[in-house]
Design a binder for this molecule. Structure first.
Ligand code: ZN
Length: 89
């Protein structure tokens, strides 16, 4: 038994390297990763290209936003799972 890296749902491993419960979760995870990578690229090129001041602070802010989004998504997921669990009683 493992837990999905995207939705947190428990699932049985079909392959040892499996990290997601279904294709939609895998796609959502990689789409966000791809978009964040592009955001980071654009920022890095602007930062160094224009020699912007305060770039490191802005970089930290971008990452902090992502971490907060991850936490909020995990909290929403836990709340949803709790509601589903209570419905099942
Ligand atoms: Zn999932």
């Amino acid at each position: 038994m493992s837990h999905c890296r995207e939705c947190g749902a428990p699932f049985w491993l079909m392959k040892t390297d499996q990290a997601f419960c279904r294709n939609a979760c895998r796609q959502a995870f990689h789409k966000r990763r791809y978009e964040r990578g592009a955001q980071l690229y654009d920022f890095a090129m602007e930062w160094r290209g224009k020699r912007l001041r305060g770039g490191f602070t802005r970089l930290c802010r971008i990452i902090d936003d992502w971490l907060r989004e991850n936490r909020e998504r995990a909290d929403a997921r836990k709340a949803h799972m709790r509601i589903e669990h209570e419905k099942g009683r």
